[in-house]
Structures are given as C-alpha cells and as structure tokens.
Design a protein around this ligand. Sequence first.
Ligand code: SAM
Length: 272
Amino acid sequence: MDDLPPLRAVLAEHGLDPKKALGQNFLLDLNLTGRIARQASLATIETVVEIGPGPGGLTRALLAHGAQRVVAVEKDPRCLPALHAIAARYPGRLEVVEGDALKVDFAAIAAGPFAVVANLPYNVGTQILLDLVAVPEWPPRWSELVLMFQKEVAQRIVAGPGDNHYGRLGVLCGWRTHAEILFDVSREAFTPPPKVTSAIVRLTPREEPLPASLHAMEKVTAAAFGQRRKMLRQSLKAIGGEALLARAEIDPQRRAETLSVAEFAALANALE
Ligand code: SAM
C-alpha cells in the first residue's frame, strides 16, 4: 500500500501500548483499513476528516486510496510522531490536529465540504455521531459519514419501527439521513480485541428531510422513548399527552417503538 513500516512496527517504535480509557482498539490489517476507506467516495470528496487516527492504519488507507486531503484529529499525543511520518510520505495531503474530537468544530477545520471516516473510540462514538446529525442547519456541511461502531449501536442507528433496536438514535438518523450497515468487523480484527463485534455504517444526508424542528424532534423522541413500554398518552403527558396526540392524529394507545419517522415529525409539528 505504501513504503511506510508495518503497523506493528509503528506501535513498537513509538511505544503505543493501547489505552482503554481512550478506546484504543487498533486496526493493524491494511487490507481491512483499505476496505473501509474504499466505502467513502474518495474521488469526489474535498476533505476527509478522520477522528482518532491512532497509529494511522486507516489514515494510510485513505491516502493510498486517493483521498485528496485528510484532516486527522487525535487526542493521544503519543500517536503524533507516527502520524507526522505519514504526513511526510504524502506531502500536503495530511494535516494532523492534536485535540479532542468532542470539542473540535469539524466544519471549521475542514474549511469546505467534508466527509468523516473513522474507527471511532467507542466511549465517544455516539456523541460524535449526534454532534454531526443534530446540527442546526440542514443540509449539513458533510456529504458522507463512514463510521465504525459496536454492532449494537450500528443496529440502533439503522433501526426502524417495530425493531427492538429502534429508539431516539434511529428516529433522528432516519429522519435526516439514509443510514446503512455495510459490513461487520469481527473482534479479532482489532488489537486488542474489544468485547463485541463491530460494524461499519454509512450515512448520507437526506436532501429534504420531513419538515420539523430539531428541537421539537428531540423533545418528542426523548419523552416517547424515555418510557418506551408505556402508551404514548402516558409517556407524552408532560408535553401535551392526549391533546398533542390528537393534533398529530396518532392513536394515544400506541407505543413509541411503533411510530414511523413521519409520525414523530407530525408529533414534533403538533408540539410547536
Ligand atoms: N483509527 C485507528 C485505527 O483504526 O487503528 C485507531 C482507532 S481507536 C478505536 C480510537 C482512536 O481515537 C484512538 O487513537 C484514540 O486515542 C482516539 N481518541 C479517543 N478519544 C478521542 C477524542 N475524544 N478525540 C480524538 N481522538 C480520540
């Protein structure tokens, strides 16, 4: 793929023993990182933001497979020398940002349209996804997200009504994006192996999500799924109960997990 040292040698050279607190489960197989990188539309994307590049396996794959510009945000300063070595191999194409992805404004560091491709640290993955999907302006500045999650989280992202995994994440992602699981990644692919199977998810923005305010969508989904086993007339009591449901033309005896995204949008509009 490139003439840089194998990733195991990179870990040894820079003393990168994985830290659990930083969600460090590294991918050392460049065939697998190549497969992940190829899921993004690298030829047409101006900037790829990578969150948590670690020793740089996915970063190298993105660059080798044609990413024009990668901005990689890494919290662990121990990884920076390895990342700077990759930047030297691909002059002008890799910018390394030391920082916390939860505090970084991706749109500002990308300075144009961007995609996000990442093997996310599990402890912050869902929050990072929500930060990207629950933005005030829609369509967003990003054109595509290709992200690794624990499989259970991936199932929640793509879930629809009637699915056990359906909840706030599924409604929000289903409302604003097209989300699909591309493939599973087994535990053994990581160093060290995490406890559960992972999966790669791709999300692309819907150009015209059903009209509803983000704030109201968050409010109705929080209330409805906060007590997901209860009938909606009970779970939505604090925000309007039966009267709200009547305005949205939804049977008050139904439960949150049976409602489509369109019905949540109707509830959100009835709330406003
Ligand atoms: N991309 C590498 C790979 O695939 O081998 C590493 C993935 S590892 C699952 C997650 C990476 O995210 C680690 O390098 C970790 O240091 C970094 N990280 C953890 N929390 C972070 C945060 N809040 N902001 C940026 N990077 C973070």
